[in-house]
Design a protein. Sequence first.
Lengths: 258, 518
Amino acid sequence: MSWLDSIIKGLIPDTLGDIYSTPLPTIDVPDITFKPFTVSGPSGTINTDPSGGTSYSLDPTQQAMASKFFGGAGAFADRAMVDTGQRETDIYNRIRAAQSPEEQRAAQLLEERMAAQGRLGVSTAQYGGTPEQLAMAKAQAEAQNTAMLSAMQQAQAEQAQQASLAGQFLQQSYAPQAALLSSFNPALNVASMADVGRRQQGEFDIEAQIAALQGALGQQQGQASLYGGVYSGLLGGLGSILTSGNSETGRPWWLDIF
Amino acid sequence: MAQPLQSINLIAPGFKGVNTEDSPIAQDQSFADIADNAVIDKRGRIAARKGVVLLTTSGATELGTDHIHRIHEFFDDAGNVEIFSATNNKILKGTTTLTEVTPAAYTPTANNWKIVNFNDKAYFFQNNHEPLVYDNATGLRTFGTANGTTTPSYLYGSEAIAAYGRLWTVGGSDTQTIYWSDLLIGTSFTGGSSGSINVSKAWPDGSDEVVALAAHNNLLIIFGKHSILAYANAFSPAEMALADTVAGVGCIDRNSVQHIGTDVLFLSSSGVRSFGRAVQEKSLPLSDLSLNIKTELIEIVQLLTQPVQSVYSPENSFYLLTFPELSTTYCFDLKGTLENRAYRVTKWVSAPFKSFCQRKNGELLVGTLSGVGQYTGYSDLTESFRFRYYSPGLTFGDPSKLKMVKKLKPTIIGGNSSLVSVKWGYDFSTSYNTLDFGVGNQVPFYFNEATTQFGTSPDTGGTVFTEAEFTGGIITSRPTINTSGNGSIVTIGIEAEINGFPLSLQEINVLALIGRTL
């Protein structure tokens, strides 16, 4: 078959190979990666890193305030969670301490009146002592009951107040951080604009490079197609010649040669 | 020249009662130095008291050697009446026949019961004894039996009264606390409206102990030994309050407390007092109703070892105060008071009166050594008793002059067949001259009476009436007694054996010569 190879090689130009061997131009990918940025404000500083991480650094004074509020919230929360029994007792004792002098005066007056009436020693099945003493005892018991209920209500109110203060302090402890975060939003917009520009530029760059690549590719495809047509015609004509023969036997002509 | 006889008339001698306090020669001659077994009669004369008719005919063996210490009349709304008496550590009932009703297995150790009627029941209280309750249906029972529970020891009191719808009691080991029952339930001292009051802080002079209780003028009167408390509004005990106090006057024996309608009489350590006056006058001496025998009475009181007995008899208008251990009774006439606001008082000596009970029907029952008697008639248990009247020292207006009593002419009313002794003496000598005379016999004759008195009753001279004598109905004797001796102070006495008939002394006419100045 050497002769065939020679024919083919004679028919195929050397540049045809270049079409397939010449590499296409490479595309340089533009750098559109995230660029870290830093936000600084009165509340503190926010740093971003290339991986998208964010770190916040409150201003020391803001941090101190936040810590104070946070600590206060903890203290209030601790107190809110303490059993109210002891507080009820303390409040009750204070109320009773306020009431006791008047009660003692009233009791002394009653005792003096009972003594003047010679009734100190009265004991009855109905009242225990005298009706007046019963009324006094009832009044004292009612005062004690009222004081007890007041103490319970006051202790519960104080507990609710502590819980509320804890919430408020906790909320306030995050205010510097919230302020810092608030300052982050405008920075994010600016950073986003830069990011968009960077990405658009990259897109443009890569599109241009792709277009150039496509042009080179089309050129090579055109050349290949041209060569293909040429060789297709040549080979087709050659084939027809080779296939023409005896009309009666249908044998190619060239077999008759041999 | 012979001095003319002076006629000095002692009108109604002794009608002011005994006076042993004032100087005899300075006394009103209407007082008496002695008025034994006497009363002031309805005409204001000194007269012999009534005696005792024994009602008990059987059952007196229950008394043993004891006497009747207490008598009480129980009555209820259904009309049941029972007479209780206490003697010989027993409780008896009845008058003619004494039947023991002491609850079984209950042994009293004393007889000084305080028995009160309350709401158709009778309640018996005595110091350190479980109280008893009687009603007509169930008889006499202990509180424990009646209540079905153990009676608390604080009810073992010595004093009890029924007042203001409740039973009030005090005594036992606690002489400061007065307990009152539930309303109308005398055995219930717990629950309901029952209660107590300790009066230890109420005494006006710091301390005392409750001796007696009384209800008067809407007050609860608490007698201490030397002070008195009066609580108002006792209808509501829980609210009762001290209305008044009296210091220095108290009651020494709860048996001496008697209501006389308008006042309450009681025996204090200084004599007989009345609550009304004590409160009004705050224990001023003028309120001493026994002022005329004050020292004598105090001396007796200080000697007492047994409870006294007393009674108020509206029918007889007297308050009797008896000292059983002395067989002595003081009779305070309540018809009026003297200038010194004391009651007229006479003294009953050697009398059988040991205890009393004023009945609803007016009878005055008397406890004696022989059983239950009645204050009526004019002999003591069929025995005579001696009436004695002695005047104070009479000076006839001039103690410095010598008196020679020549004649005494007493006017004596009643005293059938009595032997009357007229006595006189001089200058406080207790050695009296005596002359006896007999009072005539005069017994009413009733038409168609089976046994006539005429011709059968001897007179004092031993003769027999042979003729009918007609009088005004009451015999009056006016003997003339010739007397002798002389002195500056004259004492005149009348003594008589009272044996079945009343006797009163209307007047004594004294005929005397007034001599030289000593």
